[in-house]
Design a protein around this ligand. Structure first.
Ligand code: HEM
Length: 492
């Protein structure tokens, strides 16, 4: 090679000088080919599915839609977030939004939501953890009994000054049951100071995560020291339990450890990675704790505001023995209780707003073209948000009283058939991403509500608390949506 270059004449010099530009040309051709094949695929996808662009969009005036960003910011930090978003979700069934130079979509169209959940689930690739939940679904109801007893006595004790707010007690209850399930020990077994510190850190971390989710790409802007300290302490807490279970396995063997810490040992057998186990524990804790407490909060919030509904439920519950452990069969024999829970999850879905990003080009069945009836092509990386909150208040599905708390609407089973789960009614999601804790959550909430109503037959709305129409209550939004002003009852 050396001799070749030394003996090179003028032609080879030309060749040497020409090669960088040849490389550039090759690169340009390659890029054009990639771009061409991308555009070709996009066009053929568009043609094959007869896709049309989404026409309605959220209006804005300032460059980069900064005025819209400001409006959304104000709504997201208000006390009526979801009512504030209603005008945007009312623009059309599917609408585009241009923010900071990027285009995203949002929808309340049941057909599009069905595509995201099931028919095109793979296009939004999410990892699933399923195996560990086999045990959860067979959970013996006895694990709830001590925590329910504690909740009931907590209500009686907390009724200071003639009035009690049920909300913090519900959150404490579900923190206990979920930690019992995941860590093998309830959070309540810690001493009081430590227990309160963990709870406050968990709540603060959840609050911060809620803000970061809303900031989307700009999440990095929110990282105050209090938030990162809270996250760190929650991580340490989960690390402590994961380490304890694994130490137990090393010292006493897998069988003993699996009896004491079944969830952690199952995760460990699958993952064999300490940090992954810890993160999955926190993932399930976040998914399971607040979701069930807010279901209980909103149910009691409305029961005390609707005395006829409360009375019917009390009559139904009178058939259940007030002492000892409850069984699944006893709970299943209470159809009106299930109607009340359905109605709560309709008006206050645990995840009122949800979001996915397409991991490959994909198609939404509807929303394109001037009439919104044509399919829409979503590019890889496009974000699509859907509002379960607004979907569940659509008069086209739920009738003119869609904004009224009326559990009776679920009684004959027709509505459930019409608004099938995962299409027009999304309580626990649908398709492959169906909530893994569904049975646990419903049992946990039912057990507690039954015992509260049995222990406090005179439960009612505190006289000075307003009985405001659905939608006008103030709410907080962290991971889920909760009543901002609590659930106040006079001393039961
Ligand atoms: C009222 C209570 C609950 C409601 C309404 C609820 C609802 C949901 C929904 C809508 C999803 C889908 C989220 C998404 O795909 O973006 C979900 C997922 C999940 N839920 Fe629940 N949930 C509840 C309670 C629980 C409980 C108590 C647990 C655990 C003990 C739990 C564990 C999970 C897990 C692990 C996932 C993720 C599933 C996966 O990775 O495939 N949930 N839940």
């Amino acid at each position: 090679m050396a001799s070749d270059s030394h003996s090179a004449g003028p032609e080879s010099l030309v060749e040497i000088h020409a090669s960088p530009s040849a490389a550039v040309r090759v690169l340009v051709v390659a890029l054009l080919l990639v771009l061409g094949s991308y555009l070709y695929r996009e066009r053929s996808n568009r043609e094959r599915h007869r896709c049309k662009p989404v026409v309605p969009y959220v209006p804005y005036k300032w460059p980069l839609a900064l005025d819209l960003l400001k409006r959304l910011y104000d709504i997201f930090f208000s006390d009526h977030i979801f009512e504030g978003l209603t005008p945007y979700f009312n623009i059309a069934g599917t609408c585009c939004i241009h923010l900071s130079g990027q285009t995203g979509y949002f929808t309340t169209d049941p057909q599009n939501i069905k595509a995201i959940f099931s028919t095109r689930f793979e296009d939004y690739g999410l990892e699933l953890i399923r195996r560990q939940f086999v045990r959860v679904q067979k959970q013996n109801l006895q694990i709830f009994t001590p925590h329910v007893n504690r909740l009931v006595s907590g209500i009686a004790e907390a009724a200071v000054e003639g009035r009690v707010d049920l909300k913090p007690l519900m959150f404490e209850y579900t923190l206990n049951t979920t930690t019992m399930l995941l860590f093998g020990e309830p959070h309540g077994s810690m001493d009081k100071g430590e227990r309160n510190a963990v709870r406050d850190n968990f709540d603060h971390a959840a609050f911060g995560c809620g803000i970061r989710v809303r900031l989307a790409d700009a999440a990095f802007l929110y990282n105050p020291p209090k938030f990162s300290k809270a996250c760190e302490s929650v991580r340490e807490w989960a690390t402590f339990f994961a380490a304890k279970a694994i130490k137990c396995m090393d010292e006493l063997g897998e069988e003993t450890a699996a009896e004491r810490y079944p969830f952690i040992i199952d995760l460990w057998k699958d993952m064999k990675d300490f940090e992954l186990v810890r993160d999955q524990l926190l993932h399930v804790l976040v998914a399971g704790r607040d979701s069930t407490s807010v279901l209980m909060c909103w149910t009691l919030f409305h029961l005390v505001r609707n005395p006829e509904v409360l009375q019917r439920l009390q009559q139904e519950i009178a058939s259940v023995p007030a002492e000892g452990h409850l069984t699944r069969e006893e709970i299943h024999r209470l159809p009106f209780l299930r109607c009340c829970l359905n109605e709560t999850l309709r008006l206050y879905p645990t995840l009122p707003l949800n979001l996915r990003f397409a991991n490959k080009p994909t198609v939404l069945p509807r929303g394109g073209g001037p009439d919104g009836n044509s399919p829409v092509l979503l590019k890889k990386g496009a974000g699509i948000a859907w509002s379960v909150y607004h979907l569940h208040r659509l008069e086209s599905i739920y009738g003119p009283d869609a904004r009224v708390y009326r559990p009776q609407r679920w009684e004959d089973g027709e509505l459930m058939k019409r608004a099938r789960p995962g299409v027009g009614y999304i309580d626990f999601n649908g398709g492959p991403r169906l909530c893994l804790g569904k049975d646990f959550a419903l049992t946990e909430a039912s057990y507690a509500i039954i015992r509260i109503l049995q222990a406090f037959p005179n439960i009612r709305l505190a006289p000075e608390v307003p009985n405001e129409p659905v939608g006008t209550e103030r709410h907080t939004y962290t991971i889920g949506i909760a009543p901002m002003d609590g659930v106040h009852c006079p001393r039961p």
